[in-house]
Design a protein around this ligand. Structure first.
Ligand code: SF4
Ligand code: SF4
Length: 164
């Protein structure tokens, strides 16, 4: 499931994280990065508990996809809703979280793995508490973030990563 989120100006105090910064406000989280001059088709924001490595284009869980604006340029930030996220690499498709979600925000993908609809998630945290393998989380300052560009061949290339 792709999440397409409009860019916003960063207006709150940020946690410094290298070339990528992470911050939170009442609407969720904001990821900001250095300006990009490229011909990428889109940008992908990923996150993980481990530091982003340039040679690992599939590193982390996809949080958002960012597309060029009408002038062809990319924004330098994106708002991430305050929703929980499933790590498909950890999910064992047990279905426990789906039955516990109070807003029916969780569905199965074609492999039976859980997927959370950020538009329906109210960030109650119930799913994360019941998941037997710790596959559900919410974006936070405890995680590492990475920015990847998708080229014409659909291949992701590492651009910038956060540090602590
Ligand atoms: S955090 Fe709550 S509302 Fe969001 S997906 Fe999990 S159980 Fe559903
Ligand atoms: S409870 Fe955890 S392992 Fe089970 S389907 Fe949900 S995310 Fe996957």
């Amino acid at each position: 499931m792709k999440v397409i989120i409009p860019a916003v100006l960063l207006t709150m105090v940020s946690m410094v994280a290298g070339s990528l910064t992470f911050s939170q406000d009442s609407g969720g989280s904001v990821i900001q990065w250095d300006p990009i001059e490229s011909t990428y088709e889109s940008l992908i924001i990923r996150c993980s508990k481990t530091v982003c490595e340039e040679e690992e284009p599939d590193w982390g869980v996809v949080l958002a996809t960012v597309y060029p604006d009408s002038s062809g340029g990319f924004p330098v930030s994106v708002q991430i809703p305050g929703a929980f996220v499933v790590d498909p690499e950890k999910c064992i498709a047990c279905g426990v979280c789906i039955n516990r979600c109070p807003t029916d925000a969780i569905t199965e993908d074609t492999d039976g793995k859980a997927v959370i609809n950020p538009d329906l998630c109210i960030a109650c945290g119930i799913c994360a508490n019941v998941c037997p393998v710790g596959a559900i989380f919410s974006p936070s300052s405890d995680l590492y973030y990475g920015l990847f560009g998708v080229n014409e061949e659909g291949v992701e290339e590492f651009i910038q990563g956060s540090v602590k």
